[in-house]
Ligand binder design. Sequence first.
Ligand code: NI
Length: 193
Amino acid sequence: MAIRKLLRMGDDRLYNQSTIIKDIHSNKTQALIDDLIDTMRHYGGAGIAAPQIGELQRVFIIESNNLSRYPNAEPIPLTVLINPIYEILSEQQEEDWEGCLSVPGYQGLVSRYTHLRYQGYGRDGQMIEREVSGFHAKAIQHENDHLNGILFPMRVEDIRNFGCDDSIWKRLYPKQSYPEDRKQKVRKIWDFD
Ligand code: NI
């Protein structure tokens, strides 16, 4: 178990296709999952995919309780998804502001499908299948994109809707000050070695 270094946008490894995991029960895969959980929780993300810590393997995790970034999001229990796939259940899309641990300090407006069915394997090798909507559905699309080398800024249609987290915050909530927890989060990830 370890908190791993996050790869940030610009690193070539984030733009690669990840490979299928063949042995879910191996120590290597199980250790990778532990590291993903530790790293996501340490940096306060709602999800993280293996390529973000430099492992080009098809696994991501999602979890959300009460994040200031997504105050209206319904909670998602810790979910580990290995070799995931999803199917869109409605052509309907919705725009929302997204962030990413690999794009620290920024947010952008991205259009995502609102309703989908996904499946993949849990860390115990059992198949997980869920039909989801809203924030949960968006999180799946965001994380699955990482496995295909896509970062959310690549999906922002108008670059004016991509910007520094605090500037966009002021645009969206002119009467509220920029929250302290968001400042701390950005500082934490921007710790150069
Ligand atoms: Ni991300």
